[in-house]
Design a protein around this ligand. Structure first.
Ligand code: ZN
Length: 139
């Protein structure tokens, strides 16, 4: 790799999100955003980082994923208590969750229609509705 040139678009992306483009953040952003839309967990991203010789602790990976999510670069999909995926696809979509394998697959936003929602509690407005459709293998 020569200089910081391949990182220029990522530096800009982090700056625009209000995040200081540290070396670790850039390395993780490259792993996250270069391959296109994907779902990662902190553990899978940490393993990828190690495979790419990026020295970063699992705690830093967690913190970075949550920071990126807070700043709107990622979307967190909670499939079970304590089990989150981080999604690089910020477009309108929902998910199939394969319970047997733990995999997540995108479903087009237009494929899901939410017919009725409760009134939000006082002082709140509706934000986003995330639909996770849980799949089980046929018997
Ligand atoms: Zn997704």
């Amino acid at each position: 790799m020569t200089g910081s040139r391949p990182y220029a678009p990522l530096v800009e992306r982090l700056n625009e999100a209000g995040l200081r483009p540290t070396r670790q953040r850039l390395a993780l952003a490259k792993l996250l955003f270069d391959p296109g839309n994907r779902h990662v967990t902190a553990e899978t991203l940490h393993a990828e980082a190690q495979g790419a010789n990026v020295r970063v602790s699992l705690a830093t990976v967690y913190n970075t994923l949550h920071k990126f999510t807070q700043k709107g670069l990622l979307r967190e999909v909670i499939v079970e208590a304590g089990h989150s995926y981080f999604d690089t696809n910020m477009g309108d979509h929902h998910h199939f969750y394969f319970e047997a394998t733990g995999e997540l697959q995108d479903v087009a936003g237009s494929a899901v229609e939410v017919a009725r929602l409760p009134e939000p509690p006082a002082g709140h407005r509706l934000g986003r509705v995330d639909v996770v459709i849980r799949l089980q293998p046929k018997k």
